[in-house]
Ligand binder design. Structure first.
Ligand code: SME
Length: 156
């Protein structure tokens, strides 16, 4: 079994066995950050449609001061408005980008849908430029789909 397949399987078991949403999401962030060498920071932002802000729910990696981001601002804010994933190979070329850490070179923000409702985003920062390939896309897409299916779980 490839390393990618192994990580996908571990995440999938974690998600399907979960009874509490936040602790499951924290475990998934830790798994990804610890097993994929180019994932330096992995976090989950949830949507707050009333305030039109993203709220940082959990993460693994260095702490960030960006725990609340307005819709439209940064890569996360753009995905909040479009509902479409963004893979950014070089964050230095982006105009609408919020820097969490000067070491970050690239970023993925992937939407999580519960049914047709955008409920959260998986955000991954990498200190390498352009590290994301087809295996990353497959793994991230699969994990976000499964998290979305389990979203109705109770809170913490
Ligand atoms: N870089 C993000 C902000 C979140 S941090 O990466 C943790 C953005 O531009 O939206």
């Amino acid at each position: 079994m490839t390393q990618w397949k192994k990580i996908e399987q571990q995440a999938s078991e974690m998600i399907s066995a979960a009874t509490l949403r936040k602790s499951m999401l924290q475990k998934v962030c830790s798994l990804l950050q610890q097993t994929v060498p180019h994932y330096d920071w992995v976090g989950i932002y949830t949507m707050d449609p009333e305030q039109r802000r993203l709220k940082l729910l959990c993460f693994e990696g260095l702490p960030t001061e960006h725990t609340s981001i307005p819709y439209g601002k940064g890569i996360c804010g753009q995905v909040a408005e479009s509902g479409e994933a963004l893979f950014v190979d070089d964050v230095r070329l982006e105009d609408n980008y919020i820097s969490c850490n000067v070491l970050v070179r690239s970023e993925v923000v992937y939407p999580i849908f519960s049914g047709d409702r955008l409920v959260a985003q998986l955000d991954i920062d990498s200190n390498k430029s352009g590290p994301f390939g087809p295996e990353d896309r497959k793994l991230i897409g699969r994990i976000c789909e499964q998290i979305g299916e389990k979203w109705p779980l109770a809170g913490f």
